[in-house]
Ligand binder design. Structure first.
Ligand code: FPP
Ligand code: MG
Length: 336
């Protein structure tokens, strides 16, 4: 079992410095805003995206024969800036996502909207987004900031596309892949390529990192969707939320592609009832379990991981490459 520690090791000193750097952004005028920001900071996730920025910047530095010194801080200011902006975009997007999904929990803690209502939560998300843009503009690193900032529009398109398909109840495999690229893989892809851009890597390296992050991101979201069907996962969110929100994700798509027309009609009929009827949630969960929907989805996920690892193998052996290979394994194995 790959641990997060094995991914963090080569960039440990940089990650510690990064946390302090990020924390400085999470202050505002006003007691309520500060209280909410404190909660957001204390509920942070695994910091996959900042790790991706740093490890990809290190990988491309190593490719350019600029070796990092182990145990020391090696990131440039540009790399910290890129890591901070992607983490802030991600944080803001999850606050808004919980408002949209009316989710009460995030990472085992109450969501911002559950504690302070949507009207305040939306403003915390806006605040973090605005802070990220301000930090970007003040840095004057316009090439890097413009490389990252386009991700916001893609995230919004992904969310709206998902909401459109959930309402229409008609998600095909291609629709699903399009949605998860936009809502998740695009930001991981930007994180990886921003790492390369932050150290002035070649266009070829930037493109390789973009493709690597995209494949990793697709796998990341597929695993998220598999975990949603698992009642023993430790995601800090209730299982089957996707069904309650009417989302058709890969484990269910796999099943819908296998079954006959009558079964398909029945599943889609029950899906429409999931928002208010737990028996329908249990029914679809049962069908997905019996048909092996999660195992079929895992095979698709593995193909993306293989693609990501193949890109890494074009780089020479280094602690950063090993950490990124571990990140690929971690994404497949994680249960939270
Ligand atoms: C989580 O999906 C949500 C996302 C990956 C993207 C959310 C994006 C927006 C709300 C667009 C606005 C963006 C900004 C930057 C303000 P999920 O609901 O499937 O995952 P979950 O189970 O973790 O909630
Ligand atoms: Mg959600």
């Amino acid at each position: 079992m790959v641990t997060l520690e094995s991914i963090r090791t080569p960039i440990k000193a940089d990650l510690e410095a990064f946390d302090a750097f990020l924390e400085r952004q999470f202050h505002a005028e006003g007691q309520l805003m500060n209280q909410m920001l404190l909660h957001v900071m204390a509920s942070r996730g695994k910091a996959i995206r900042p790790m991706l920025v740093m490890l990809c910047s290190a990988l491309c530095s190593a490719a350019n024969a600029r070796q990092w010194v182990e145990g020391e801080r090696n990131c440039t200011k540009r790399t910290y800036l890129a890591a901070m902006i992607v983490e802030m975009l991600h944080t803001a997007s999850l606050i808004h996502d919980d408002i949209i999904d009316e989710a009460d929990q995030r990472r085992g803690k109450p969501s911002v909207n559950a504690l302070w209502q949507s009207r305040n939560a939306v403003l915390v998300g806006d605040f973090i987004l605005a802070k990220a843009m301000k930090a970007g503009m003040e840095s004057a690193q316009y090439d890097l900031v413009s490389h990252i900032i386009g991700a916001v529009t893609t995230l919004c398109e992904g969310e709206v596309l998902q909401s459109q398909h959930a309402r229409e109840g008609d998600t095909t495999r291609q629709d699903y892949l399009d949605i998860i690229y936009k809502k998740t893989a695009s930001l991981l892809s930007i994180s990886a390529s921003a790492g390369a851009v932050s150290v002035m890597a070649s266009r070829k390296d930037v493109e390789q990192m973009r493709r690597f992050g995209e494949a990793l991101g697709m796998a990341f979201q597929i695993q998220d969707d598999i975990l949603d069907f698992s009642r023993s996962a430790q995601t800090g969110k209730p299982a089957n939320n996707d069904l309650r929100e009417g989302k058709i994700t890969l484990p269910l798509i796999e099943v819908l592609e296998q079954c006959d027309e009558a079964e398909r009609k029945e599943i889609l009929r029950r899906l429409k009832m999931c928002a208010t009827d737990e028996a329908s949630v249990d029914f679809i969960q049962g069908v997905v379990e019996a048909t092996g929907g999660a195992a079929m989805a895992a095979r698709t996920m593995q193909r993306y991981i293989d693609r990501a690892v193949a890109i890494l193998s074009t780089y020479g052996e280094s602690p950063y490459r090993s950490a990124l290979v571990n990140m690929c394994a971690y994404i497949v194995e994680r249960n939270k």
